[in-house]
Design a protein around this ligand. Sequence first.
Ligand SMILES: [Zn+2]
Length: 358
Amino acid sequence: MRDQRKLIAASLYIQGRGAIALLGENARRLGKRAYVIGGHTALSVTEERIRTSLDASGIEVVAIDNEVKDCTYATIERLVEKGKGAEPDFVIGVGGGRAVDTAKAVAWKLAVPAVSIGTQCATNADGSAESVVYTEDHKFLEEVILPDNPAIVIVDTDVIAAAPVKYLIWGMGDALTAKFEAGSHAEAMRRKGGPVATNTALALANATFESLMKNGLEAVEALKQGAHSDAVDEVIEAVKLSSAIAFENTGCALAHALHNGLTQTGAVKAEHGEIVAYGTIVQAAYEGRPDEEVRAIIDWCDSVGLPTKLSAVCDHDRGALERAVEYACTKDANAENMPEKPDTLRVMKTIDRIEGGY
Ligand SMILES: [Zn+2]
């Protein structure tokens, strides 16, 4: 079907201060036996609140595991075996991207619904129907597409705001790109006759960008002072909900392709969201957007503490950089989501121009 329009998302998203308290009453419809999976730090902060909420709704924790570090097949298998004996009605993933991705995959293999409780804002994986799987030595292995999105996503903003501010900055860096990558992906699909991007997903990508530009700096400053403001809540929604639905229902493009190229060809010294933020500047400039528009993105990144220069994300020499860009433009699958195949030389020139001060 050439004209197909499709949108998927988590069934229920609840965000707010103390939102974990609403877990039990909302999860009751999923059953009475919960299997809780998370990282050590995430559960040390939230386990008591999770148990209290489940308990108040008559839900029993039939199994719990607080040793999730990476989303690997070995971890998933271990947790599936542990879960089989406990016969849970649903799985609750608690933590960052790796923990919730692991829990979603375990729920899928146990054929029960998943619930996500994100404890920091570096990721928008909480609501998606996919798990990013890593090798035992922490290298990206593959993205596994799951049949269902989580039934419930709980975002307790007290917990998110108490996490180190760097996570929120990284999450903003990854979400920043949604507008640009969703736009180019939609145009690429239109030219190729692929599925039609919904206006809904594109509107959410734009809304994410506008919210970050408006609230990002204020949110970072508030959190640095230990304060919790409306701007913090706006940014959390932009990352955890708007950007998540936008990403999952469109696709990545040059910004993520460049991220992948840089990580494939040498050591990087920045996090995923930071490299993607830099990649977003490159994509926006490469697309030939007006100088003021590109400068506004660079200025915003500077203000919130996201990298705007290559030297801030990696130590690639000229040869390594050329190999990275070559990879991004010719080998990375996300390059296919640009309206026209990206040109290696033009991307190099764009990077040089950004290095020289845009
Ligand atoms: Zn990303």
